[in-house]
Design a protein around this ligand. Structure first.
Ligand code: NAX
Ligand code: K
Length: 521
């Protein structure tokens, strides 16, 4: 399923009218009908119940007027509050208001103290609240009146259904400048919006229901919409089925360059996750002095010692030459987990990545190596996959985490294009962005995955898939499998899950995906 930004929705609206003869009034009517049905679903039954309908000046308010008409027909008692002068309503919304006026539905303004007192009482005794204050047309700082209205809604105890997006949440970013409606349910029109997936918008959304409201599917699936949901349906075809005569070389020989004294766990997790993701053979290259620690605990991984000029860390020219030589006999390379940030190690990472001509995944300390020179990423001989968390991404770009969060999608998209890399940005909703502008938001994962080593498992998972599918698709397949494995682990262990629980459930996640592939669903 595609995910929209507000500009996508404006284009859909325009094309629905121009190419399909579906003017906004018609879609608004359909939206109103579906919203009323969703309200019935949320409240059990609306008959005899009092519903406060809050309408803004834009088309979101028009949807609310249309829904009010349906809800009234269904037997609900309706009280409408409008944030603007009726004369300032947009054309379609004004027509919806006229129909509701003709039905005799109560409409109040929010101008004077007595209006606010009336609202306060109405909200207090309401069984349900319908939020049609602001939709995808909102941005910037909330105007005072709307801010006060949203605060009143959040203080009332009734169930809240938001139309399209909780009012106060920016559709393109999930940003909330001051306050936003805390919805129990959001019925979104046409497509989910980026703001439903990213925090804090994601927390305001409640249960998300997507309704196409009759918008033609060609418009909803248009290639011009550059964001998609990375769900099971999208993930399934990414991993071709294995033939019976497959041998381990076909499944990928993966080199993992990771670890240093005191950080051997990251190396072990990354290497074993690559195997769990189905790689045929994994070599873990580590500084020579830590090799015995890892070789003793990893049965299936070949642990290769690399010469070190400083004990316990990747350093020196001999190490560089050894790593380049090892890379020759492998299909893909993962570099970074647990390598540390010592100057010599960072120099080595930059020299190695500039010379290794294999599909490359860069994680953790390997990303840090490019912090002051991100432009150099575009000069690498490959299109590398980078797997930063928000802090690492902000560090790479020289911005703060709040600045990055505020415009996550455009910033990450631009960086993927400018630095010619595939960015897998880990957050509450992992984002994968490609140099051509395509972006994917994962549909799986949970708060328990915010645990040490989870990132090492993801980097290893993607590495393990590099030969099993096209290397450009491995980040998508890896993010999906990692999230799904995390969800299985969460089901068993809850929030106390460990990174190794995610790794162990990769097998189950992969098995599920394969079974569904074979069943052809
Ligand atoms: N295909 C579509 O995209 C459809 C969209 N529809 C509805 O149309 C909505 C979008 O309509 P609009 O573009 O009219 O936008 P909105 O309904 O979100 O309202 C925009 C209005 O809100 C006010 N506003 C903007 N920023 C504000 C701020 N910071 N503080 C206070 N007020 C502010 C302005 O007066 C502006 O005119 C969607 O969310 C959806 O509910 C539906 O009617 C059906 C089809
Ligand atoms: K809304």
């Amino acid at each position: 399923m595609k995910i929209a930004v507000s500009e996508d929705m404006r284009q859909i609206d325009r094309l629905a009218a121009e190419e399909y003869g579906l003017p906004e009034l018609l879609l608004m009517e359909s939206a109103g009908h579906r919203v009323a049905q969703a309200m019935e679903h949320l409240m059990g039954s609306v008959s005899g119940k009092t519903i406060c309908v809050l309408a803004g000046s834009g088309n979101n308010g028009g949807d609310a007027f249309a829904a009010a008409r349906y809800l009234s027909n269904m037997g609900a008692k309706i009280k409408i509050f409008l944030t603007c002068e009726p004369a300032h309503l947009k054309t379609a919304s004004s027509r919806m208001k006229k129909a509701s006026d003709k039905m005799g539905l109560e409409v109040h303004g929010l101008e004077e103290d007595r209006d606010w007192n009336r609202l306060h009482l109405a909200l207090k005794f309401a069984d349900g609240i319908l939020d049609g204050i602001l939709g995808t047309g909102f941005n910037g700082e909330l105007k005072k009146k709307v801010l006060r209205l949203i605060e009143e809604v959040n203080e009332a105890g009734a169930k809240v259904l938001s139309i399209d997006i909780p009012s106060g949440v920016e559709a393109d970013s999930g940003k909330v400048s001051t306050v936003a409606v805390m919805a129990d349910m959001t019925l979104t029109l046409g497509l989910p919006k980026v703001g439903h997936l990213l925090s804090p918008g994601a927390e305001m959304t409640g249960q998300l229901i997507v309704d196409d409201i009759g918008i033609p599917k060609n418009l909803l699936q248009s290639e011009k919409i550059q964001q998609s949901l990375l769900d099971e349906k999208l993930a399934q075809p990414l991993l071709p089925l294995r033939g019976k005569a497959v041998h381990k070389g076909d499944c990928g020989r993966i080199l993992v360059v990771a670890g240093s004294l005191g950080m051997t766990g990251a190396a072990a997790l990354a290497a074993t996750s690559a195997l769990r993701a189905g790689a045929g053979l994994v070599t873990l290259a580590v500084p020579a002095s830590v090799q015995p620690i890892l070789a003793g605990q990893l049965l299936e991984v070949m642990v290769q010692p690399v010469e070190e000029s400083t004990p316990g860390m990747f350093s020196g020219e001999a190490a560089l030459n050894r790593l380049l030589e090892l890379a020759q006999s492998h299909d893909a390379v993962l570099i970074g987990p647990g390598m540390g940030r010592a100057m010599e190690t960072q120099d080595l990472i930059r020299m190695f990545t500039a010379r290794v001509n294999k599909p490359l995944i860069m994680d953790a300390d390997a990303i840090f190596a490019f912090n002051s020179t991100p432009d150099d990423l575009s000069k690498l001989p490959q299109v590398p996959v980078l797997t930063p968390h928000l802090g690492e991404m902000a560090g790479l770009l020289g911005v703060s985490v709040p600045e990055l969060r505020e415009s996550l999608l455009p910033i990450v998209r631009e960086a993927a294009n400018e630095y010619q890399c595939i960015l897998v940005v880990k957050s509450e909703c992992t984002l994968v962005a490609y140099p051509d502008g395509m972006a994917f938001f994962t549909s799986v994962g949970n708060p328990g995955m915010a645990t040490a080593g989870s990132g090492d498992v993801l980097a290893g998972t993607i590495a393990g898939l590099m030969k099993q599918t096209e290397s450009g698709l491995a980040p998508l397949a890896g993010v999906y499998l990692h999230g799904r494995a995390g969800d299985i682990a969460y089901g068993e262990k809850g929030e106390a899950l460990l990174a190794s629980d995610i790794r162990e459930n990769l097998a189950q996640a992969l098995k599920e995906l394969r079974q569904k592939q074979m069943a052809g669903c």
